[in-house]
Design a protein around this ligand. Structure first.
Ligand code: FES
Length: 108
């Protein structure tokens, strides 16, 4: 068994030159809300869920993006409601939130 049951990585990349990046689309707020929600529900720690920052994940066109392992499910999100659904259904229950899944065709 792995140390954490699930990991979610949020791209928080910010491009100084103004080019498109997840930071322009609310990534920090999404990350902060996810951390708080996981803490509030007591999901963190060994055997639980880990919420991590990441740099560019190379799928900028779908930003803001986050990816959940070990399932390798990619998400895009808009607001706190979306983050709540990812936490409650996927991070806690293992159920993929299909409506937020990033299509495979979305890249950089
Ligand atoms: S800037 Fe977020 S995936 Fe590239």
């Amino acid at each position: 068994m792995s140390y954490f049951e699930r990991h979610i990585f949020f791209c928080l990349n910010h491009r100084e030159n103004g080019d498109n990046s997840c930071a322009q689309h609310g990534a920090q707020a999404g990350f902060d809300h996810c951390k708080a929600r996981v803490r509030e529900l007591g999901l963190g720690g060994q055997g639980g869920v880990r919420v991590n920052k990441a740099g560019c994940l190379d799928r900028c066109a779908g930003g803001p993006v986050a990816v959940v392992y070990p399932e390798a499910v990619w998400y895009t999100y808009v607001d706190q409601t979306d983050i709540d659904e990812i936490v409650d259904k996927h991070l806690k229950g293992g159920e993929v939130v299909e409506r937020l899944v990033l299509p495979d065709s979305v890249g950089r």
